[in-house]
Ligand binder design. Structure first.
Ligand SMILES: C[S@@+](CC[C@H](N)C(=O)[O-])C[C@H]1O[C@@H](n2cnc3c(N)ncnc32)[C@H](O)[C@@H]1O
Length: 205
């Protein structure tokens, strides 16, 4: 099953995102001092148009990357940019249905916030199943907005994604519950000064 509705927004998504949420680019590429030489395989879930691939390719110079993105329009953009890389396998499926090899690292870059609540337990299970023992999850996303301006900005973002999600929702998912369901332990986290963005490193025991 592919995700529909991104066709109109995909060409402008990153520009709009960088304008209204400039911290996303930095927080989705926060690697928390992970050691690249120990990493064979990385799965990136919902990477959109692919700008996250550049820092990942630069940091993990020898790793194979499984790029799982269900929107054909987003995937087209990512493949146009990075399609010549022999280290990337592009998989146009929702993560919960994707067939991927077990991974040392799974990256969840600003993707959990957009996934419908009912699908999150399946994503949590898939994350656990795909991750190798002692493997890591790099998670980045929005923090619960404080203040009216931050709340309005997040509400506008959810309105923008309404056609893709098919559901109106104005609050963020319970990330702690997600990682509890995935049975992962938090190793470290960073929160932006503005308290808008979080990046956290989790590990499978
Ligand atoms: C808000 S965009 C984020 C894109 C990019 N990671 C960023 O930080 O700008 C969310 C992305 O998640 C993808 N997505 C939605 N449901 C998904 C699923 N079940 N599995 C994997 N990706 C999914 C969408 O197609 C979209 O490209």
């Amino acid at each position: 099953m592919r995700v529909k509705g991104y066709r109109l927004i995909a060409p402008y998504y990153e520009k709009l995102r960088n304008l209204f949420f400039p911290g996303i680019r930095r927080y989705q590429a926060e690697f928390h001092r992970l050691k690249p030489h120990l990493v064979d395989r990385i799965v990136i879930v919902g990477g959109g148009g692919g700008d996250v691939l550049k820092p990942v390719l630069e940091k993990f110079k020898k790793s194979t990357i499984y790029y799982v993105e269900p929107s054909a329009s987003m995937m087209q953009i990512a493949q146009k940019r990075f399609g010549t890389s022999r280290r990337i396998f592009f998989i146009e499926e929702p993560f919960e249905q994707a067939v991927v090899e077990d991974a040392d690292i799974i990256i969840l870059p600003f993707v959990l916030d957009i996934i419908n609540r009912e699908t999150l337990p399946a994503i949590a299970k898939k994350t656990r199943d795909v991750l190798k023992s002692k493997g890591f999850v790099l998670f980045s996303d929005f923090c619960e907005p404080k203040g009216i301006f931050a709340k309005i900005k997040l509400a506008l973002l959810y309105l923008l994604f309404f056609p893709m999600r098919g559901k109106l929702q104005f609050s963020l998912p319970d990330y702690d519950l997600f990682f509890e369901q995935a049975k992962l332990r938090k190793v470290t986290q960073k929160t932006s000064k503005s308290k808008q963005y979080i990046s956290a490193l989790y590990q499978k025991e």
